[in-house]
Each structure stands twice: as structure tokens, then as C-alpha cells.
Design a protein around this ligand. Structure first.
Ligand code: FMN
Length: 359
């Protein structure tokens, strides 16, 4: 499909999504159940899988690719770690992502937090935002390996990130060991990302509070792999600490910082009823994060460590602003997107086209 048609598809996609949300909410209201955006995602995923391939096969324009150490991303756009379903990620890749990081994998299967745990935020001037407190549900590392076995995604030739999580350093190591054993030796381009910034589990930020734990984990990983590896930080991390983390990460070769994750908000602070999210609050994502994403990128770029900038990215202009902020330091940069892809997956070819325009 020609990328010039992306805005048309964007329009249709957004219209269809708005209509589905309205229908699902009306039904939930009728049945006196709490509104729950996850039900919309489930319907959306099924519809996506039924689409013919031509509806999501877009070429990546030449000349916009970036090198990130020895990884080549044909577009700087990557999927931020948030989606579990490999067939949906594969569809998004075919829309033109340069690579994708898979949702944080934990050691054991988890159900996550009680629903509702995902909502739209549309109040106090918020547009196109989400709040989530998923609590890292998933099939555990063995389940993920089985899913890889059945998926063609790894062989698409674009870099795949493995986001690693755990309730203890031992669990992080276990997840890393299993994934590393699985991918090494395969003809696959991959990297590892340590998630140290999940706001939705009690232990999700223990390594931010205790950097030595992260350093020990990175040392453990580097002793076992030459692959590119990084850590993902919260936008709530103070600047001074981010710079210290950059210096620490740089001591290992071929590392990057992912800046950053969602920012914690209470439901009542963003115009939602307290029970809109079962635990009363969660991680806010979407456009309001961008200011901090740019600020963190400007802060870290002079250190020279490679950066994956994540948070609020939804246009070619924002990607260009990030690229401009690192250019004079020669810092390598890719970007991560989550909320924009949920709201409109056709933003991927649209942004790629925008990036190619002023080459
Ligand atoms: C529903 C949902 C689930 C997420 N799950 C994860 C996760 O498992 N691991 C992770 O590192 N970040 C997770 N994130 C954070 C995103 O990867 C991303 O960092 C954040 O949403 C900010 O980017 P955005 O403004 O483009 O959405 C999740 C975000 C959302 C909305």
C-alpha cells in the first residue's frame, strides 16, 4: 500500500474505533458494569486479525533507517513494550515499524491486576491518553517461548526487543537466561531491555531505588551476551539520578537508556472516578508525556549513551525534534510508541512518510 494513503486509513480507523468504544460503553452501562476499555481492545484485536494483509502492508520509505550499535532499524519507530500478542505486533511491524519490543516478560504466568485496569482519559484537557494498571499479566517466560515457536515475527528481519521483568533480581536473571538461551544461535536480530520502571506492581521500581541491583543484573547479562541491552526508566526519575544511571550503563558496552515509561496518576487526579481503575490509579501515557521525553533526551544526549525515547510520540514533528536534540552529540536514537499505536495504528506509515519528506 502506498504511504500516501495512510491518512485515509487513519481517518477510517479512528472513526471505527470511536464507534466501537461508544457501543461497548453503552452495553457496559446497560448491564451496570464498570466501563472497561480492555473489552474494546479485545474486539479490536480480533477485527485486526481478520483484516486482509494489503490493509496493513506499507513499505518503509528508504533513507529513514537508523543504526543502533550493530542493529539496523529501517525506521526509527519502534513499538514500546506493551503488547503481548505476537500476531498483532507482526501486523504493526508490517505497517512500518523499524523494530518492536515485546511486553515485559515475567518468570511465571500472571493474571495481573483486577479489571478495569485500562481506560481512556478525556478530561482536564487530556486528549488521546490512556491510564493503565495492567500489573504485567502474561503467560510467563515459558509461555512466551512457546508463542515465539509458533510465530513468524522473529524472522521478519527487524530487531526485536525482549523486555525483562521480575519480582526479584533472581527472577529477572531467570527470564533473561531463558530468553537468551532461546534466541541465541537463531538467525534473529534482538536486544534486551530491563524494565525497572513499572508503576503498577509493588516491586516494579525496586532497581530504581537500589541502582546496585541493576548494575549487578547488567553485569550478569553482559557476562553472557554481547547483544545490545538497555534499561527503561520512569519519567518521574529525577534528572540527577538519570545522569548517574547513564554513567553506570555506559560502563557496560553496547547499552542504551529507554526514556521512559508511564507516569503514575490517581484516577481522581485526572477526572476519572476512583474505581475507573481497580487499584485507584495507574500509569498515564500519551501526548502529555512528550515534554518530559524531550527534556530527558536533551539531558542524556551529551553523555553519548544510545537512547530509545518513549512517551507521547505521535507525529513526525516530535520524532524530528528528538532527532535534532541528539544530533550534535552524535548520539544514536530510536523512538518507542505505545498509546499512539493503540489510538491509530496508521500513525506508523503516516509518521514514516513525514520523516521521509524532508530528508
Ligand atoms: C496498556 C499498557 C501496557 C504497558 N505495559 C508495559 C510493559 O509491560 N512494560 C513496559 O516496559 N512498559 C509498558 N507500558 C509502557 C509503554 O511501553 C510506554 O513506555 C508508555 O506507554 C509511554 O509511551 P506512550 O506515551 O507512547 O504510550 C505499557 C503501556 C500501556 C499503555
Amino acid at each position: 500500500m502506498n504511504t500516501a494513503l495512510a491518512p485515509v486509513f487513519s481517518h477510517l480507523y479512528r472513526r471505527g474505533r470511536t464507534r466501537t468504544i461508544r457501543q461497548v460503553y453503552e452495553q457496559q452501562d446497560r448491564e451496570r458494569r464498570p466501563r472497561d476499555l480492555e473489552a474494546v481492545v479485545e474486539i479490536g484485536d480480533q477485527r485486526l486479525k481478520a483484516l486482509p494483509a494489503w490493509a496493513y502492508t506499507f513499505p518503509i520509505p528508504p533513507g529513514i533507517g537508523v543504526d543502533f550499535y550493530d542493529l539496523h532499524f529501517p525506521s526509527p519507530l519502534t513499538l514500546a513494550a506493551f503488547k503481548d500478542d505476537l500476531s498483532i505486533i507482526d501486523i504493526w511491524m508490517r505497517l512500518g515499524l523499524g523494530g518492536a519490543c515485546i511486553k515485559t516478560v515475567m518468570k511465571d504466568p500472571r493474571t495481573g491486576n483486577k479489571r478495569p485496569r485500562l481506560q481512556e482519559v478525556k478530561a482536564y484537557g487530556f486528549v488521546d491518553c490512556l491510564i493503565n494498571a495492567m500489573g504485567l499479566p502474561g503467560h510467563g517466560v515459558e509461555g512466551k517461548i512457546q508463542e515465539f515457536e509458533q510465530s513468524t515475527m522473529l524472522s521478519r528481519g527487524r530487531p526485536i526487543g525482549m523486555s525483562i521483568g521480575g519480582s526479584s533480581v533472581g527472577e529477572y536473571k531467570h527470564v533473561f537466561d531463558r530468553l537468551h538461551t532461546y534466541v541465541q544461535g537463531k538467525n534473529v536480530s534482538y536486544y534486551f531491555e530491563v524494565n525497572v520502571s513499572c508503576p503498577n506492581t509493588p516491586e516494579g521500581q525496586q532497581m530504581t531505588k537500589n541502582p546496585q541491583l541493576l548494575e549487578d543484573l547488567l553485569k550478569y547479562m553482559r557476562e553472557r551476551t554481547n547483544a545490545v541491552m538497555g534499561a527503561k526508566f520512569s519519567p518521574d526519575t529525577p534528572d540527577k539520578q538519570l545522569v548517574e544511571f547513564a554513567e553506570m550503563l555506559k560502563r557496560f558496552q553496547r547499552t542504551y537508556m529507554n526514556l521512559g515509561n508511564t507516569t503514575f496518576r490517581k484516577c481522581t487526579g485526572i477526572g476519572l472516578p476512583d474505581d475507573a481503575i481497580s487499584i485507584g490509579g495507574g500509569g498515564l501515557s500519551g501526548p502529555p508525556l512528550f515534554g518530559r521525553t524531550l527534556e530527558m533526551t536533551q539531558l542524556i544526549a551529551p553523555t553519548g549513551i544510545a537512547i530509545c525515547a518513549t512517551g507521547g510520540i505521535d507525529s513526525a514533528e516530535k520524532v524530528k525534534a528528538l532527532q535534532k536534540s541528539v544530533r550534535r552529540y552524535g548520539t544514536q536514537l530510536i523512538v518507542g510508541m505505545a498509546t499512539a499505536v493503540v489510538n491509530d495504528m496508521y500513525c506508523i506509515p503516516r509518521i514514516n512518510r513525514g520523516l521521509a519528506k524532508h530528508l
